[in-house]
Design a protein around this ligand. Sequence first.
Ligand code: HEC
Ligand code: HEC
Ligand code: HEC
Ligand code: HEC
Length: 463
Amino acid sequence: MGGGKGRAIGRSVGGMALLAMLLGVLLLCLPGGRSDAAPAARTYVGVASCAGSTCHGRMEGDGKVVRQDELMRWQEPSTPGGAHSRAFAVLNGRRGQQIAATLGLGDAASAPACLGCHSTPARARGARFLAQDGVGCEACHGAASGWIASHYAVGASHAANVAAGMTPLDRPQARASVCLDCHFGSAREGQFVDHRIMAAGHPRISFELDLFSSMQAHHDEDADYAQRKGRTDSLKLWAVGQAMAVERALTLYAGAKGTEGAFPEFYFFDCQSCHRRIYDQAERSKTWEANPGRPIPAGMPPFNDENMIMLSAAARVAAPGLAVRFDADSRAFHAAIARDRTAVVAAAGRLAGSARALADAFAAGGPGGGMQGDMAFAIVREIAGSAISARFTDYEGSVQAVMAVDTLLNGMVKSGRVTVGAAAGIRAEVNRAYAAVKEPNAYRPAEFRSALGSAARSIGALQ
Ligand code: HEC
Ligand code: HEC
Ligand code: HEC
Ligand code: HEC
């Protein structure tokens, strides 16, 4: 176990994604409100319908408006950007078949429990739609039957495309919602990796909206893009991503996915808290640490609070009024887990509401409103500060903290607050923090906190 996180992190550290980010090559998208596009009966037309050589299937990324080589980048085998086109094929690999065999699902490549995330989850399918294409264009951009003919016409606008059913991925909340369906889970069929699937061998799922967006980006944020959709605010994307992840986890946990047989569904809890080794010698050996954010009795698995911790740090800086409410609600939620299911469902509902309020506050635009770029330094300080840092007692939260520090640093470079050279100068410190979470079984909270602290201090020194 633990392959998922290790892999994603390994790639982001060593791979070209970060390098490119440091060079300011990869840029993301813009703020906005909630998606209200009604999910009408729209047909998924398939990747082949987007792939024409005069459309998105060109060999050179030199299109007038968009690059037009999106297909090639989506397929690029050597980068995480190509992962979605391979998502179906991995089901036929050894690990995919092992998982399916263990679960008695038959052929993984035709198992609904896998296809919801490893192919485009499409109800109505056009003649050119192929499940084998994996996570295709429409898995993110939305079923295209309503806009495929009009979206490149003279006079087409983003607003008109969205009205015709295109998903507004430029809005942080809409984008988070799409990614989380597969990179956390949803209530829809075939979009949930429960603990049984994990125990059958599925890699752990790790996600951070801004970092993963950069890793899979196939567009340029040039002047034309900025004019059509506005500039990306990477800090806002990160913060909204944390809030939406908290909201998603709690909403699913409070619903039918929250239980598995006689037990709560373990997927929602911190994996390492149950899976670390046990010692039975004369002298007791305590491997768990008390956590000030989680008033739960000893011996109880802690709900995975990786995104709650980040959200608390972001809220303390950008929305102090709501932060107090969020922290109180999150303590009450953890405490309710020790009581009963009814109490915890009510507490989950309240906490999900606080997370939604924070997502709205972060996404709000206008001068003085929402998440502002110059808050990134304060958030890094907060993450490594005593109140938040004491909450890094478990593996999942610590992984999320390193991704946050990395994402915030990259955002500072993109926004010109830190130079590329200065960021490269402290890269080793950030990599040391990554190294402290590389191997789940070697994770030591105190060592992690110290590595994170030095990374944060060296970022602070750049201000
Ligand atoms: C909720 C969405 C979801 C469901 C359902 C799901 N997966 Fe996955 N799967 C993922 C994600 C996301 C990853 C990538 C994890 C990472 O690297 O962070 C992944 C990774 C994998 C990998 C490793 C791929 C690689 O490149 O090494 C295999 C194999 C796999 N899944 C098989 C399955 C099988 C078999 C099923 C059905 C029993 C299934 N998955 C169900 C989301 C899902
Ligand atoms: C995993 C999700 C995902 C998949 C799969 C995906 N995209 Fe994207 N795409 C995005 C995101 C996120 C953006 C940036 C936000 C935006 O501009 O809408 C983007 C941007 C684009 C843009 C630039 C839009 C602009 O206004 O400049 C084009 C064109 C595009 N994608 C085409 C494609 C095509 C064609 C495919 C399939 C070969 C594809 N995408 C697959 C998520 C995805
Ligand atoms: C329909 C399901 C689905 C959706 C929607 C989706 N993904 Fe994925 N994504 C996957 C699966 C499955 C994998 C793993 C594929 C593999 O490893 O072969 C993956 C892999 C990735 C990877 C590579 C991770 C690694 O460890 O190398 C990145 C980055 C990524 N997704 C980003 C995104 C972002 C950003 C969004 C939203 C804009 C998104 N994805 C939406 C299913 C999805
Ligand atoms: C509440 C405790 C608990 C939590 C939390 C938990 N697990 Fe488990 N896990 C178990 C138990 C119990 C088993 C079954 C052990 C057995 O059969 O001997 C198990 C089995 C497994 C196995 C199979 C291990 C083996 O040796 O074959 C894997 C893999 C696994 N879990 C992964 C995870 C992941 C990933 C997470 C976090 C998303 C997680 N678990 C969270 C209790 C937990």
